[in-house]
Design a protein around this ligand. Structure first.
Ligand code: UDP
Length: 327
């Protein structure tokens, strides 16, 4: 069976990708420095501890497994943190990815599936966000991801890298078997923050901004189930292995939900109150990010199966209540 190197395989999305890769007949090799990931989440293939900026370690692991492709998830991913500490995002995400891409080229591993983000688009008023929308990020997280996209394109021209770039919208939910799930410390993402508030693990949800130009004043996002998201990655890998070349795909459902709508749905699904308060806007947040593309469906044959808000919250809730979440 062929190996796939999964950077960030101990993290939220990476661990779900490892499960999907194993189910599809590949051996996922997790490469992770455990700065935000968890070794307990590495359940579906070998684990190699290492940092993206450690070129020697990357060379060693690439030589050991000779992977047919790299799935590159390892990154810092908090918009608020990126505004306060852009240095972390440029070093870890941008410089770290440069080191990884150089190592992959040197090892002759030219297929890369890359986690990018809708945050690369920035705030566009009344514009349908498809893959041709200009990328004008308004936070350092999005800027660092756009830089990596550019890097992949340039290395494609110079060194033959083939990259499938996925621009994620908001990822939520968990493995329905609750083998893996979302687990950040500290937690900043909306759905787990809501569930933590319900369970009394934090005093309340703070709604970041109620004066946005949206029907209820709160930000609108397009939520996609993590299992659907990683299914797209397996399709992206197969796209590359079939020699179809570099391509960018949005991964979203095309449906937007406001922060209040997500909170209300969580109350409905869990039958519990969400303690909450209204706070100030968070620096770097866009008003509305909703995908306007059907390219992944049309070209990759991607069919999201679980990306309803109720299913995402129910799966995340099951994971929250499993013994793993508190471990
Ligand atoms: N959000 C919020 N309170 C929180 C966390 C998030 O109001 O404690 C809002 C945030 O401002 C954004 C949306 O929820 O509008 C999704 O934020 P998240 O951090 O989950 O993902 P992002 O969109 O930053 O990638």
């Amino acid at each position: 069976m062929a190996h796939v190197l999964v950077t960030g395989g101990a993290g939220y999305i990476g661990s779900h990708a490892c499960k999907a890769l194993k189910a599809a007949g590949y051996i996922p090799v997790t490469y992770d420095n455990l700065s935000t990931g968890w070794q307990d989440a590495v359940k579906f293939g070998p684990f190699e501890r290492g940092d993206l900026l450690d070129r020697g370690r990357l060379d060693e692991v690439l030589a050991k497994y000779q992977p047919i492709a790299v799935m590159h998830f390892a990154a810092l991913s908090q918009v608020g943190e990126s505004m306060a500490h852009p240095d972390l995002y440029w070093r870890n995400n941008a410089a770290g990815s440069l080191c990884l891409i150089e190592a992959a080229v040197a090892a002759g591993c030219l297929n890369i599936v890359f986690s990018s983000t809708c945050a690369t688009y920035g705030d566009h008023d009344n514009v349908v966000l498809d893959e041709s929308t200009p990328q004008q990020p308004i936070n350092a997280y999005g800027a660092s991801k756009r830089a990596i996209e550019d890097m992949l394109r340039d290395f494609g021209v110079a060194h033959g890298i083939n990259a499938v770039i996925f621009r994620y919208f908001n990822v939520a939910g968990a493995d329905p078997d609750a083998e893996v799930g979302e687990f950040h410390r500290p937690e900043t993402h909306l759905v787990p923050v809501i569930l933590d508030a319900i369970e009394g693990k934090r005093p309340a949800l703070t709604i970041f901004g109620t004066d946005y130009d949206t029907p209820d004043g709160t930000c609108i996002r397009d939520y996609v189930h993590v299992c659907d998201l990683v299914d797209a990655h397996v399709l992206g890998l197969e796209w590359l292995l079939e020699g179809k070349g570099s391509r960018v795909f949005n991964l979203g459902t095309g449906h937007g939900f406001s922060v209040r709508e997500v909170m209300n749905e969580a109350q409905r699904v869990t039958q519990r109150e969400v303690p909450h308060s209204e706070g100030l806007r968070r620096a770097g947040d866009c008003t509305k990010l909703v995908s306007g593309s059907t390219r992944a469906e049309a070209e990759l044959g991607w069919r999201p199966q679980r990306s309803t808000l109720s299913r995402m919250i129910a799966d995340a809730w099951r994971w929250h209540q499993s013994g793993h979440y508190d471990a």
